[in-house]
Design a binder for this molecule. Structure first.
Ligand code: ADP
Ligand code: MG
Length: 394
């Protein structure tokens, strides 16, 4: 177990907090502030417990230059509104200089300041010790609450922990609890659903999950590579040519591990990759040579729903079809609905899967929706995430 802000004395201390304020922006305005509101519990806890709060984050890809379209000023303003108190923000291209050191030193208990975008410094993404030290000198304790960047070893996510005691905030605590418990200590039957476009990206995740789950369901674009490995014809469906061999090996691995592997038995085919394309349902053995699979068919939906009904823990990554097109969203929607109605612990990982659940209105019915696309995938792969590995053990 990793230490959290609850496990250390923060009163009177300068707490250097890594948040994920990488919010979507348009014309200098924040279009969605969920990442800011998600960070509030940790920030408020620190304020309420008398810490001197120094926040840091990246936004976008300024590539090591102080490009002002990536300034965190709008975030500071939004934070002031949400917290109902002043958030001091001094924009300097070097992120840390003497003025910033003095401002951090002058903070009183419960006061908050935000640093400029840490990626204005090219050292940040290289995790260079010099910049990590500059940041670390501002605080007396490091709090990491940015799960979305926890799979990256950068100065602000990992490097600073070489110089400061490091603990997690509430967001990382929650991610580690749900993703970690699912992998290490799941209530069984434990079912994983994998989908999405390509197999290649997710082979390591499938391999790790095969060691843990009772049932593995494959849907979405990646099914066609499995179909190909089984000797089926897939028409013009998306194919990950380089992964056909690996898909075949995974089928054998599932068998020898005693994992039940469930692949779609029917698919919704279309002539073109277009919502308005002519479509029809076919069994997987009968995909026409001039059509592509865009969604799972009704028999597959039934088969998958039956498996989900037995599950006590479900991890879902990757949509079952091209859910962005309403005519091919049904399979993904039905899976989301089955999970929403299930008593199982339901965990959603992956950016598009989370978006799908959100879009269909089932988000508040899931046990946990992971906030980090790449980070949650690496977690599910069984990799140690640098931003979590550096945190102190209880
Ligand atoms: P996540 O972000 O949840 O990890 P991915 O990024 O791997 O998921 O995959 C999501 C994408 O997969 C979506 O854009 C979806 O349209 C696409 N996809 C799903 N099924 C198919 C299919 N049959 N053919 C082509 N693309 C598909
Ligand atoms: Mg994605």
């Amino acid at each position: 177990m990793k230490k959290t802000v609850r496990d250390v004395e923060v009163r009177g201390k300068r707490a250097l907090v890594r948040c994920d304020f990488n919010v979507p922006m348009q014309d200098g305005k924040i279009t969605d502030d969920i990442r800011i509101t998600s960070a509030l519990p940790t920030i408020k806890y620190l304020i309420d417990h008398g810490a001197k709060v120094i926040l840091m984050s990246h936004m976008g890809r300024p590539k090591g230059e102080a490009k002002m379209e990536y300034t965190l000023k709008p975030v500071a303003e939004r934070l002031e509104e949400l917290l109902g108190q002043a958030v001091s923000f001094i924009s300097v291209p070097e992120v840390v200089n003497q003025q910033i050191v003095d401002a951090a030193g002058a903070l009183k208990e419960g006061q908050v300041m935000l640093l400029e975008n840490v990626r204005f410094r090219k050292e940040e993404t290289k995790n260079e010790a010099g910049f990590a030290k500059e940041l670390a000198q501002l605080g007396e304790i490091f709090v990491n609450d940015a799960f979305g960047t926890a799979h990256r070893a950068h100065c602000s996510t990992a490097g600073v922990a070489d110089y400061l005691p490091a603990v997690s905030g509430f967001l990382i605590e929650k991610e580690v609890k749900f993703l970690g418990d699912a992998l290490e200590n799941p209530q069984r039957p434990f079912v994983a659903i994998m989908g999405g476009a390509k197999v290649g990206d997710k082979i390591p995740v499938i391999e790790n999950l095969l060691k843990k789950v009772d049932t593995l369901i494959i849907g979405g674009g990646m099914s066609y590579t499995f179909f190909k490995a089984m000797g089926l014809e897939i028409g013009t469906s998306i194919l990950d040519e380089d992964s056909i061999g690996l898909a075949g090996e995974l089928i054998k691995k599932a068998e020898s591990a005693g994992v039940k592997l469930v692949l779609p038995v029917d698919v919704v085919c279309a002539k073109e990759f277009d919502n308005n394309s002519e479509k029809k349902v076919c069994d997987r053995e009968n995909i026409p040579s001039d059509m592509m699979g865009m969604d799972i068919g009704p028999k597959s939906v039934q088969l998958i729903s039956d498996e989900l009904a037995k599950a006590k823990t479900v991890v879902w990554n990757g949509p079952a079809g091209v859910f962005e097109m309403p005519n091919f969203a049904e399979g993904t929607k039905k899976i989301a609905e089955a999970l929403a109605n299930s008593q199982a612990t339901t965990i959603i990982g992956g950016g598009d899967s989370a978006a799908a659940v959100e879009q269909f209105g089932f988000a508040d019915k899931m046990t946990h929706i992971s906030t980090g696309g790449g980070a949650s995938l690496e977690f599910l792969e069984g990799k140690a995430l640098p931003g979590i590995a550096v945190l102190e053990e209880k």
